[in-house]
Design a protein around this ligand. Structure first.
Ligand SMILES: [Zn+2]
Ligand SMILES: [Zn+2]
Length: 332
């Protein structure tokens, strides 16, 4: 089968992603094989390719927003028959035994493994996943439009949940890429007023079109203070700047797995009772909860489509912000 292989972490300008012909993978015990249709590209994939995150497995097939059809069953599989359309997200497997797993925080599992990081992912014609960590997808979406929901969507949803906002309040989104352009639709659907900060005019235009109440740059005056914010851009400086926009008792959630160091800041940025926190990965429950929300109304994903052979080009397009919305590789 054809697969995108990362042999060695390197700057994307040096084309670390190469397309290769490799043997088809066989599902093991309690695993299923998917014939991959589409796999979304996430910023985390860029951090893995370029080495901002340490390598866990090399050579590696990246990709963790996988949409495909089950075409092979390992021994002992009971949840699937074959032929179902399913998705595989970032959380590949958890131990089920550690204290985090036992108390319902499997996203913090001590022994978790991740798709396209610890295990080969979806930038290939076929991939393998544990049967308990694949999901039926809402039928009101095609393969191309559902792929970005699997990480960008789920992470945005988990971040929104972590802000504590329910059906009213002012929510700031800092950085407006793949995840933000999905969560803004969920937030507005819930009744929140959304303020979007980005450096990129293209992103601000998209935010406005998706219903943002206010759009602008970080130094612009919003005219109000926010009840909560989600920071998507991997910038410690932006995290600190976002705190300056926050009202008393407000909360900033960092959605990223990686960010540049935070500069020192004055205590008044977290006083009184302002909170700066982060979310890490997702649980199976939050994936299910988000897919349910997505089935209840149509989230419009703006998708930039590349071929499998164009993986490196697709990654560079995200790195250089030359695309807005979500980026996917169409595989079959
Ligand atoms: Zn991701
Ligand atoms: Zn665990």
């Amino acid at each position: 089968m054809k697969a995108v292989i990362l042999e060695k972490q390197d700057l994307l300008e040096n084309t670390p992603l190469q397309i290769k012909e490799i043997p088809m993978p066989e599902p093991g015990s309690h695993e299923v094989r998917l014939k991959v249709s589409v796999c979304g590209v996430c910023r985390t994939d860029l951090h893995i390719a370029e080495g901002e995150l340490p390598a866990h497995k090399l050579p590696l097939i990246p990709g963790h927003q996988i949409v495909g059809t089950i075409d092979g069953l390992g021994t002992g599989v009971t949840r699937w028959c074959g032929g179902e359309r399913v998705g595989v997200p970032w959380l590949y497997k958890t131990c089920g035994k550690c204290r985090y797993c036992r108390r319902g925080q499997e996203n913090l599992c001590d022994n978790a493994s991740f798709t396209g990081y610890d295990a080969d992912g979806g930038f290939a014609e076929y991939t393998i996943a544990p049967e308990d960590f694949v999901y039926r997808l809402p039928e009101n979406y095609g393969d191309l439009e559902v792929a970005p929901l699997l990480c960008a969507g789920v992470i945005g949803y988990q971040s929104l949940h972590a802000t504590g906002l329910k059906d009213e309040g002012r929510l700031g989104l800092f950085g407006f890429g793949s995840s933000a352009h999905i969560v803004i639709q969920v937030a507005i659907h819930q009744g929140l007023e959304v303020y979007v900060v980005s450096r990129t005019e293209k992103e601000l235009t998209l935010a406005k079109a998706l219903g943002a109440h206010w759009v602008g740059h970080i130094d612009d005056d919003m005219g109000v203070l926010l009840d909560a914010g989600i920071v998507f851009a991997p910038s410690g400086e932006l995290l600190v700047e976002s705190l300056k926009k926050l009202d008393k008792g407000g909360r900033i959630v960092s959605a990223g797995i990686y960010t540049t160091p935070l500069p020192g800041f004055d205590y008044t940025l977290i006083y009184p009772e302002k909170c700066l926190t982060s979310i890490a990965h997702t649980t199976r429950d939050s994936v299910q909860a988000f897919l349910k929300v997505a089935s209840e109304f149509k989230i419009k994903t703006q998708v930039n489509i590349f071929r499998l052979e164009e993986a490196n080009k697709a990654f560079l397009a995200i790195k250089n912000s030359s695309v807005s919305g979500s980026t996917v590789l169409k595989i079959t």
